[in-house]
Design a protein around this ligand. Structure first.
Ligand code: NAP
Length: 188
């Protein structure tokens, strides 16, 4: 199973402000939906609370340490590892980690793929994406978008795959846990 992080971050790595998103980018929300539809989407409890409902077409797994927490229409997990195991048991091929900051930080070492929207502004955020070791990642897609009526800032969609030296030493084979040799459909 591929583990993918999906996030929008400003020029300082900021992702959130006052418990919500610091920008209004319709094209980014459409892209988020197109990429995550049909998949398991793992969210921290605070990010789930900022949405407040299940997202159509996605199976949400909310990570919380509170055994009494209720999220109608969603699955719950007591840790990120448990959430990923649950997605795998349910036959997921690409599990999406949708934040927020706490969950991204824990998931970064496990990630195979990053879908990043680089928002070209400084939004005075109070929550941040973990630092990225860019040398460990290979950019495989990029698309620039100008600001317009529906998107208050210019932004760049990026897709990155973790560099894995063993891929160049051995032929790529399916491991039965998500086929890394099959190209993913691109939405940009
Ligand atoms: N720009 C973006 O792409 C993006 C994406 C997502 C979110 N955001 C923003 O990020 C902010 C929220 O991020 P955040 O870091 O404050 O919160 P968060 O990561 O969404 O949620 C944190 C909560 O998740 C639970 N949790 C975290 N690690 C856990 C673990 N190992 N085991 C069990 N439960 C765990 C805990 O819930 P309990 O307290 O219930 O135990 C914790 O309080 C918001 O502003 C949101 O809008 C931005």
């Amino acid at each position: 199973m591929i583990v993918a992080l999906i996030a929008a971050l400003d020029e300082a790595g900021g992702i959130g402000k006052d418990g919500g998103l610091p920008w209004r980018l319709s094209a980014d929300l459409r892209q988020f939906k197109a990429l995550t539809i049909g998949h398991h989407l793992i969210l921290g409890r605070k990010t789930y609370a900022s949405i407040g409902r299940p997202l159509p077409g996605r199976t949400l797994i909310v990570v919380t340490r509170n055994p009494a927490f209720a999220a109608p229409g969603c699955l719950l997990a007591a840790s990120l590892e448990q959430a990923l195991a649950l997605a795998g048991q349910r036959g997921e091929s690409e599990a999406f980690i949708g934040g927020g900051s706490q969950v991204f930080a824990q998931a970064m070492p496990l990630a195979d793929r990053l879908y990043l929207t680089r928002v070209h502004t400084l939004a005075a955020c109070d929550t941040f994406f973990p630092s990225v070791d860019w040398a460990a990642w290979q950019e495989t897609a990029r698309q620039e978008h100008p600001a317009d009526e529906q998107n208050e800032f210019a932004f760049t969609f990026m897709r990155l795959e973790r560099r894995r030296p063993d891929r160049f030493l051995k032929p790529v084979r399916s491991c039965g846990c998500g086929d890394r040799s099959r190209p993913m459909p691109l939405f940009w």
